[in-house]
Design a protein around this ligand. Structure first.
Ligand code: NAP
Length: 327
C-alpha cells in the first residue's frame, strides 16, 4: 500500500469503556476500494447503539480499534472502481459505512449511499437511516396497520419516536406518544401526535387507555421494554401488538395477559433488514422527504471533539430529537 500522510481527523475507540475512551486523532486517508465511495462527512448522527458499541454493552463487542458512527451525510469526494450510482460532488446520506462516520472522511459501499435532496441539510441527512429505518421496519414491515388504527409511541421524543410519529401520522394512524418533559410532549404534538402524556407519571397508563375509548391500542411501539413491557400488555386491545424497539434489561411479563387478548409481542433489529426491504425503505424516505413529512428534529450540533459529551447527553432523560456531530 502506498504511504499516505496522516491527514484525516476521526474519533477512535482503542478500548471499550466510558465516553472518554473516544479520542480525536489524525489518521491516514481512507481509500475506497472496488464498489466503494469516499465521502467527506459534513455531519454524523449520534444513536444509542453507538454508545453500546463504545461501551461493549448488550453483547456488542466490535473489533478494536474502530471509529463509531452509522449515520452521516456529506459530499462524495472520490469513487472507487465500478461505482455507477454516484459521482464526485454528489450530496449523499449514509446508511452505514466501512470506516465509521465520526470522522472527516468515511468509506462506504455504493449500496450504503443515497442522494440527499438539496432542501435537506447535512445535519438532517445524518439523522435519517437509523431512526427512520427502525421506525419504518417497526410500523410497516413487522405489522400491517390500517389507517385509523391507534398507535402509542411509548418514548416519542427521541430519534426513533419522532420518526415513528411522522411516518404513522402521514399514513393516517391515530397517534399518541409519551415524553418525560413538557418540551418533549410539545415536540411530539407538533410532529403529529394527537395526545401526549408523561411516561414517568403512573397515571399515564390510565389516561392512554381512556384516550382509546377504553378499548386499548392496536399497536404500542416500546422504547424501553425493560421498564414498560409488563404494563404494555394491559393497554393493548384484543389482537393488539407490542413492538419492542428499545430494551436495556430484563422484563417479567404475565403471558396470560397475551392469551386473554390474542395479543402479541414482536421485537426487531434494524440490522435484520434485507437489501430488498432497505430499497423499499429508502424509496419511502425519498417520498417522505419530498412531501415534507419526514423532517428530523435536531436538538444539538456539537463539534466532533465533543463526541464524549454527545454520548453522555443521549443517555440523559429529556430527549428532544437528535444530536449531531460536525467535523
Ligand atoms: P433517544 O433519541 O435517546 O430517545 C430515547 C427515548 O426513550 C426518548 O423519547 C425518551 O423519552 C424515551 N424514554 C426514556 N425513558 C422512558 C420510559 N420510562 N418509558 C418510555 N420511554 C422512555 O433514542 P432513540 O434513537 O429514539 O432509540 C430509542 C431506543 O430504541 C433505544 O433504546 C435504542 O437503543 C433503540 N433502538 C433500537 C433499534 C433496533 O434496531 N431495535 C434501532 C434504533 C434504536 P424522555 O427522554 O422524554 O424521557
Amino acid at each position: 500500500m502506498p504511504y499516505r500522510k496522516l491527514a484525516v481527523k476521526a474519533i477512535i475507540v482503542r478500548r471499550l469503556g466510558q465516553p472518554e475512551v473516544m479520542t480525536l486523532e489524525e489518521l491516514p486517508d481512507p481509500v475506497p476500494g472496488e464498489g466503494e465511495v469516499l465521502v467527506r462527512i459534513h455531519a454524523a448522527g449520534v444513536n444509542p447503539v453507538d454508545t453500546y458499541l463504545r461501551g461493549g454493552q448488550f453483547g456488542y463487542s466490535p473489533e478494536l480499534p474502530f471509529t463509531p458512527g452509522i449515520d452521516g451525510a456529506g459530499v462524495v469526494e472520490q469513487t472507487g472502481p465500478k461505482v455507477t450510482k454516484v459521482k464526485a460532488g454528489d450530496r449523499v446520506y449514509l446508511a452505514g459505512s466501512r470506516t465509521g462516520t465520526y470522522a472527516e472522511l468515511a468509506v462506504a459501499s455504493e449500496s450504503q449511499v443515497y442522494p440527499l435532496p438539496p432542501s435537506i441539510s447535512f445535519a438532517e441527512g445524518a439523522c435519517l437511516y437509523v431512526p427512520y429505518g427502525t421506525a419504518y421496519r417497526a410500523l410497516f414491515v413487522l405489522v400491517s396497520p390500517k389507517p385509523g388504527e391507534t398507535l402509542l409511541v411509548h418514548g416519542g421524543s427521541g430519534g426513533v419516536g419522532l420518526a415513528a410519529i411522522q411516518w404513522a401520522s402521514a399514513f393516517g394512524l391515530r397517534v399518541a406518544a409519551t415524553a418525560s418533559t413538557e418540551e418533549g410532549r410539545s415536540l411530539v404534538l407538533r410532529n403529529g401526535a394527537q395526545a401526549a402524556w408523561d411516561h414517568t407519571d403512573p397515571s399515564h397508563w390510565e389516561k392512554a387507555v381512556e384516550w382509546t375509548g377504553g378499548v386499548g391500542f392496536g399497536i404500542v411501539l416500546e422504547m424501553l421494554a425493560n421498564v414498560n413491557l409488563a404494563r404494555d400488555l394491559d393497554i393493548i386491545r384484543t389482537g393488539g401488538r407490542v413492538i419492542v424497539v428499545g430494551c436495556r434489561g430484563e422484563s417479567c411479563i404475565d403471558p396470560r395477559k397475551l392469551m386473554a387478548k390474542d395479543g402479541g409481542i414482536l421485537g426487531l433489529s434494524l440490522a435484520n433488514a434485507s437489501p430488498q426491504e432497505l430499497e423499499g425503505f429508502h424509496l419511502a424516505l425519498e417520498a417522505g422527504l419530498s412531501r415534507g413529512f419526514v423532517r428530523p428534529h435536531i436538538r444539538a450540533i456539537l463539534p466532533l471533539s465533543q463526541a464524549p459529551k454527545a454520548h453522555r447527553m443521549i443517555w440523559e432523560p429529556g430527549a428532544l430529537g437528535k444530536i449531531v456531530l460536525v467535523p
